[in-house]
Design a protein around this ligand. Structure first.
Ligand SMILES: Cc1cc2nc3c(=O)[nH]c(=O)nc-3n(C[C@H](O)[C@H](O)[C@H](O)COP(=O)(O)OP(=O)(O)OC[C@H]3O[C@@H](n4cnc5c(N)ncnc54)[C@H](O)[C@@H]3O)c2cc1C
Length: 499
């Protein structure tokens, strides 16, 4: 650890992090890194897996965590909030610095003043810097979170020394570097501040329905013209997401949908509480985590032991496990029914906040496809499960839409998208890429998906990236402009983006 004035440090997961408390300290760290030819790696809540874990293994790095930079200033008259880059959107129960609270979170503070953001992701543990850097978003097709970003301020190395630069939104989408910096993977500099527009605080009312796909009045696979088209379903609600359990003998969906309403004078919420009940007397998340772990261990045995692949009895047992035992147990957990809820926007929209990531840790690969191909894509998944060596596996799949955006390397760049989130239980022994995600990436390649940058992403050639992201070339020029000395260029992105 290099000696640097009085900047505090903290060991997080075995890695020593600097916790600067103001812009001057960030500038000092960046200049120090330039002088000593080191690379700066900044983390937020550390939700981008495998990205953060990978960069934490690199050598000759200076690690930054902006957990002490979380000031929020609200300009009521102009409906603008200015926030420092380390502020968590909501409360982060796993904040490594132990500073995050509900009260110092961004969403809570703006709600107290009568304001809101138009949408949020499924959880709000993330930091402002991390959420923006990877282009994360919620499920609104009309008003996504990032559209409310007005400006972003970073400590860059433009000109070869630590330099603060602010990027402001205009409608010059092709030339304004705001649209490059607003999603820049930590490679342009350290985000120290962002300014967002706000809308009026609102409530959501909605329901989650768990039912068989055959009973859902929506045409999920594009094969039942008498049902509501999936695309129409997506546009009928302000917010929605679908959890799909495609296992044989299960074939269910959990459809969460909500609409926005004006905040009443008095309001008594009935929150949506996911996985908070009990299963045979055990808290459901403990039971779920345990079961997923056991499923993973058995799947691992089936995959590794030739008995299951080469003998008739082994094949039969593997089939009983996948197609009878797993669905039968899951059916006890995923029971049909409808749950109604009403809540404030900031508490209700992040519907997965109540899942304890330590009990049910998930790793994800999220693929964004053109939305008009939705039924085709879902059908492709279904048909692929029929022939895939392990069927759909023992977990679920999440589906939600996203509005097209102008951020240059967003997976939603000028393309309205359907997002397929492929879940992997992090407690599994197998290699998530080799033994799981890779098959999906290869199978779906022809559909020209773009991946969520904060999740597991395939290896793609430079030409493929340039084809998939038409503004990638311009974005790379900007990266060199704002970090000409490569102080922010870690090995992870150097390799993935061929930089
Ligand atoms: C359980 C779970 C649920 C999720 N739900 C959603 C969802 O609903 N929608 C969605 O789109 N995504 C979702 N994600 C992905 C997640 O939102 C993104 O990966 C997001 O980037 C994480 O933010 P973070 O604060 O944890 O950033 P980190 O993961 O810590 O960092 C992400 C990137 O941002 C950079 N970075 C962080 N802070 C700064 C800064 N101040 N300046 C410059 N660079 C910085 C890092 O270097 C890194 O490159 C989910 C992930 C998990 C694990």
């Amino acid at each position: 650890m290099p000696a640097l004035s009085n900047i505090s440090t903290k060991v997080i997961d075995g890695v020593s992090y600097y916790l600067p408390c103001n812009n001057d300290e960030v500038i000092e760290l960046v200049n120090y890194a330039i002088e000593h030819s080191k690379v700066i790696c900044t983390r937020g809540a550390g939700h981008s897996i495998p990205l953060i874990k990978s960069i934490e293994k690199e050598k000759n790095r200076i690690y930054l965590y902006l957990g002490r930079m979380r000031k929020v200033e609200i300009d009521e008259q102009n409906q603008i909030v200015k926030v420092q880059g380390g502020c968590n959107l909501g409360y982060d129960p796993n904040d490594p610095a132990g500073i995050s609270t509900v009260e110092n979170s961004l969403v809570y503070q703006i709600h107290q003043e009568g304001f809101a953001f138009p949408d949020l992701g499924g959880i709000t543990h993330q930091t402002v810097g991390g959420f923006l850097s990877t282009g994360a978003s919620g499920s609104s097709l009309t008003n996504p979170f990032n559209e409310y970003l007005e400006s972003i301020t970073m400590v860059t190395t433009m000109g070869g020394t630590a330099t603060m630069i602010s990027f402001r939104r205009t409608n010059q989408y092709d030339t304004n570097h705001f649209f490059a910096a607003g999603l820049s993977l930590g490679l342009f500099g350290v985000i120290v501040e962002a300014r967002f527009r706000m809308c009026d605080a609102f409530i959501i009312r909605g329901q989650e329905k768990t039912l068989s796909i055959s009973d859902w009045p929506v045409d999920f696979f594009g094969e039942e013209p008498n049902k509501l088209p999936l695309l129409t379903f997506f546009t009928q609600h302000d917010f929605q997401r679908i959890i799909w359990w495609p296992q044989k003998g299960l074939k269910k969906v959990q459809v969460w949908e909500a609409k926005k309403q004006v905040m009443p004078q008095k309001f008594s919420p009935i929150p949506y509480e996911q996985l908070t009940g009990k299963f045979i007397g055990i808290p459901i998340q403990v039971a779920g985590g345990w079961l997923l772990k056991k499923f993973g261990q058995i799947s691992w045995l089936i995959q590794r032991k030739s008995f299951f692949r080469r003998t008739e009895l082994g094949g039969w047992l593997a089939n009983v496990f996948r197609n009878t035992l797993v669905p039968c147990i899951l059916r006890q957990l995923v029971t049909n029914g409808t749950v109604q809820f009403k809540d404030t926007w900031y508490h209700g929209l992040p519907m997965d906040n109540s899942i304890d990531e330590r009990l049910i840790p998930v790793w994800l690969s999220e693929l964004w496809f053109p939305i008009h191909q939705s039924p085709e894509i879902i059908k492709e998944f279904r048909d692929y499960f029929e022939i895939r060596h392990d069927g759909p596996g023992t977990f679920n799949y999440e589906i939600y839409p996203a509005k097209a955006t102008e951020f240059w390397i967003s997976p939603g760049y000028r393309r309205q998208s359907i997002r397929m989130d492929i879940f992997w239980f992090a407690g599994n022994k197998q290699d998530p890429i080799k033994d799981f995600f890779l098959d999906f990436w290869n199978q779906l390649d022809e559909y020209e998906f773009r991946s969520h940058w904060g999740k597991f992403i395939p290896e793609q050639t430079q030409d493929e990236l340039l084809f998939l992201f038409p503004k990638m070339k311009d974005w790379r020029v900007c990266r060199s402009l704002y970090d000409p000395v490569n102080v922010f260029l870690n090995d992870y992105w150097k390799h993935k983006l061929h930089l």
